[in-house]
Write a protein that binds this ligand. Structure first.
Ligand code: PLP
Length: 500
């Protein structure tokens, strides 16, 4: 059955009552009314988990994605999957499942930038150019991104060298870590541009939004054969590929005899924008036997409070933590869950989102709260996160990154609170090599005296894991981007790069 995509905020799409196709939703990113695209129904898996357990990652990805991207042909989708999950990943398995202390860590960090965003950003460019072709779009697609560090590099790595696309990344010149900056400014590919702006992340974000919504510029661009699109995590072209690895993980456990047919598992996800855990929720609704979706937050525990009280309140101090990719007070993808537990009611959802925009908070109804039964929320403080890295390393030699440690610590709390012993998959979202200093300091404070690359070698020795290519490369890679600009010159910089 074909799946169409509706906005979470109104019953209309471009003046029509029916939804848009998957390829149109991917091209647009966000609906015109500011809502997020959601599938009009969640398709059920049409292969048994036993059958899926005999497949490799790419085949499982096809079996899941074909159910959502119903206007893609088999050949189109398989080509996108082949191009995405290739030797950019340092293991054929793509997403290995590592057992430690009886839990299963699903390592989603074996792609080009050693964080889980590669799982979706390595396929998004291919889904996007295929979507452009299907919709007879002749323009080159220009991806504009503002980044506080991680998304920028993952998007650059995904779009670099992809024909028919260009990518421009703006980052705060003095607002990212030295390793993050080095990763971005060494990016190869004639279709890439990396620019440090004289301002903070909010300035970069606001500047990009302004360029996106400039109607005059859009016309000028169209005349020159360009149009903008977004690689933001609200794009369904990022959400759908994330569903695949939950199905894959379950199938693997089945294949290895760790679980029996029909057994329920728990899934723990270190959460920021709520995209990764929403993908697990979709997997559950497709028929994957998931018991609890365990949502792990760091000190920015707005989601923990929401699951506990039913009130989402962003009015609080923003905390900088050692798990920066989860330092978020507005979890954009939560809107898709809110819409669903409101009974797919766009008016109710729009009302709550307006309250969030205005007062910075909203409260859901008692009826809606029942829809949250699938979830368990908790959080780990900075001290608890560091202690979990040390504890797990000392107990079994396995070294996890700070984000994964938040999830692991929350899983410990969940186990103590509930006594639940169901098999559990913990989403491991970054390589410890991406956050070497925090990880090593957690294991022993003495490491603080060492230099960045010295620490990398020490971690490699300690964990008995080879230094990932992504880190090896930046040791010696030449700087290829040194452009900087003032915030009010961002649009000129874009035009110059496009030869306008
Ligand atoms: C982005 C990110 C997260 C948070 O994922 P969401 O989908 O935004 O909830 C967690 N860990 C790492 C390492 C990330 O890069």
């Amino acid at each position: 059955m074909e799946v169409f995509y509706n906005s979470t905020r109104s019953r209309e799409n471009n003046g029509k009552l029916s939804g848009v196709t998957a390829s149109q939703a991917i091209l647009k990113g966000l609906s015109d009314d500011g809502g997020l695209f959601v599938p009009d129904h969640i398709p059920a898996l049409d292969k048994s988990l036993r059958e899926l357990s005999k497949m490799e990652y790419k085949q499982v990805a096809y079996e899941v994605m074909k159910l959502y991207l119903t206007d893609f042909t088999e050949e189109e989708l398989k080509t996108c999957i082949e191009r995405a999950y290739d030797e950019k990943f340092d293991t054929d398995v793509i997403a290995p499942l590592v057992e430690a202390e009886g839990a299963y860590y699903l390592e989603l960090f074996h792609g080009a930038t050693i964080a889980f965003k590669d799982m979706a950003l390595s396929i998004l460019p291919h889904l996007m150019i295929t979507s452009a072709k299907k919709n007879q779009i002749k323009n080159e697609i220009v991806i504009l991104t503002a980044t506080s560090g991680d998304t920028g590099k993952a998007a650059l790595a995904g779009f670099a060298g992809v024909e028919g696309t260009r990518i421009i990344v703006f980052y705060p010149k003095n607002g990212v870590s030295p390793i993050q900056e080095k990763q971005m400014v060494t990016q190869k590919g004639a279709n890439t541009l990396v620019v440090g702006i004289h301002g903070n992340f909010d300035d970069a974000q606001t500047g990009v939004k302004k360029i996106f919504s400039d109607k005059e510029l859009a016309k000028e661009m169209d005349a020159k054969g360009f149009q903008f699109s977004s690689a933001n995590s609200i794009n369904i072209g990022r959400l759908v590929p994330q569903i695949c690895y939950y199905v894959y993980a379950y199938a693997k456990l089945l294949a290895e005899g760790k679980i029996a047919d029909g057994d329920q598992i728990n899934v723990v996800v270190p959460t920021g924008n709520f995209g990764n855990i929403l993908a697990a929720f979709y997997a559950k609704n497709m028929g994957l036997p998931i018991k609890k979706l365990i949502c792990a937050s760091n000190d920015n525990k707005v989601l923990y409070d929401f699951f506990r009280t039913g009130t989402y309140d962003r009015n609080r101090e923003f905390m900088l933590t050692s798990s920066p990719s989860m330092d978020i007070l507005i979890s954009s993808n939560l809107e898709r869950l809110i819409y669903r537990i409101a009974g797919n009611d766009p008016e109710k959802n729009a009302e709550l989102m307006a309250a969030l925009g205005g007062q910075g908070k909203y409260e859901i109804t008692d009826e809606m709260k029942k829809g949250l039964d699938d979830f368990y929320g908790n959080y780990a403080s900075e001290a608890e996160t560091a202690a979990e890295i040390k504890r797990l390393y000392e107990s079994c030699g396995y070294v996890i990154d700070t984000h994964t440690a938040v999830a692991s610590a929350v899983y410990q709390k969940y186990g103590k609170e509930t006594g639940d012993t169901a098999k559990t998959v913990i989403a491991s979202t970054a390589s410890p090599f991406k956050f070497t200093r925090s990880v090593m300091n957690a294991i022993d404070a003495k490491y603080d005296a060492m230099g960045d690359f010295e620490l990398v070698d020490e971690l490699s020795r300690l964990a008995n894991v080879k230094v990932p290519n992504a880190i090896e490369e930046i040791r010696t890679a030449p700087v290829l981007h040194d452009k900087q600009c003032d915030v009010d010159k961002m649009q000129d910089t874009v035009k110059e790069f496009l030869g306008m």
